[in-house]
Structures are given as C-alpha cells and as structure tokens.
Write a protein that binds this ligand. Structure first.
Ligand SMILES: Cc1cc2nc3c(=O)[nH]c(=O)nc-3n(C[C@H](O)[C@H](O)[C@H](O)COP(=O)(O)OP(=O)(O)OC[C@H]3O[C@@H](n4cnc5c(N)ncnc54)[C@H](O)[C@@H]3O)c2cc1C
Length: 139
C-alpha cells in the first residue's frame, strides 16, 4: 500500500500548483480529483470565456471595419446564431475538448500519483479515512 507525504484534495489550479510544488520539493504527493484535472479554469471558466470574448471582439471589429476605413463597403456577417455556433465550437477546442490527459501527463512526469477512479471526497470537516481512496491509505 502506497503512502504519501501530502494528499491534495482537488486537482484545480490551486491543487495542481500545490502538488507540483510539493513534488519539486522532493516530497511524495497524490492528487484526488473527482472530475477533470485542471479544475474549472481551462474547461469552463478562464479559457472558454476568453475564447468567446475573443470571437465577439473579432466580430465587432469586422462589423466596424468600414467605419475605420479598413474596407470600402460593409462586410457581410453570418447571422448571430450561426456565428455563436462557430464561436462555441472554437471554445470547445480551446477548452481541450474537456480532455485533461495533458494535465495528467504533466503531473505524472513529476511523480505525482493520481487517483484514477476520479473519486469524490464527500465528508465535510475533518477528513475521515473511510472516505479516502483505498490506495491512498496506510494499512
Ligand atoms: C467565467 C470565469 C472566468 C474566469 N476567468 C479567469 C481568468 O481569466 N483568470 C483567472 O486567474 N481566473 C479566472 N477565473 C477564476 C478561476 O477559474 C478560479 O480562480 C480557479 O479555477 C480556482 O481554482 P481552484 O483550484 O481553487 O478551484 P477549481 O478550479 O474549482 O478546482 C477545484 C477542483 O476540486 C475538485 N473537487 C471539488 N470537490 C471535490 C471533492 N469532494 N473530491 C474530489 N475533488 C473535488 C473539483 O472537481 C475541481 O476540479 C474565472 C472564473 C470564471 C467562473
């Protein structure tokens, strides 16, 4: 049975930073993440929201191109629904198609142990060892 100096609960930006720092410091570390390594930022928050804002900004600039003297006539733009669909598809690409394997590879390369079963810890308050993945526990 493996034991670790540190077990990080949640593999989001904060958890990844802690795990990486601990591993680089020479301590053994495991991460318990219930959904996607990387947390909300790359898949649902920072990256996808910036992708949508970028698409909107480009569309806005194209619409304003004649007023800025960039073109002599108005450019024809897709209707909003079609453009939104294209922007959402790009957002999905930017969000790595909700694939966290690159995050997993980077952590494993540093020797960080990952909970493959994507278990969730469900206890509030002090940790109860009965809720920890078996492979993370002492006998
Ligand atoms: C729309 C939007 C845009 C944003 N844009 C930016 C930006 O441009 N720049 C910026 O710096 N920040 C931005 N943020 C904020 C950023 O997303 C958060 O600050 C960051 O994700 C917080 O990281 P975290 O690790 O604390 O939490 P999270 O990313 O939420 O990670 C926590 C992880 O813990 C896991 N977890 C939770 N409970 C359990 C459990 N019981 N057992 C196992 N695992 C568990 C979750 O599945 C999750 O993966 C944005 C947020 C939003 C909503």
């Amino acid at each position: 049975m493996d034991t670790y100096d540190v077990v990080v609960l949640g593999g989001g930006s904060a958890g990844e930073t802690v795990a990486t720092t601990v591993a680089r410091g020479g301590k053994s570390v495991a991460v318990v993440e219930q959904k996607l390594l990387g947390g909300e930022c790359p898949y649902f928050a920072c990256m996808p929201s910036k992708a949508m804002l970028h698409s909107a900004e480009i569309r806005h600039r194209i619409a304003g191109a004649p007023a800025h003297g960039a073109v002599s006539r108005p450019l024809s733009l897709d209707e909003g629904k079609l453009a939104y669909r294209a922007a959402a598809a790009r957002r999905h690409e930017i969000a790595d198609r909700l694939d966290d394997s690159a995050h997993a590879r980077e952590l494993r390369a540093l020797g960080v142990a990952l909970d493959e079963e994507r278990l969730a810890l469900t206890t509030l308050g002090p940790l109860d060892r009965r809720n920890l993945p078996r492979e993370l526990l002492h006998h």
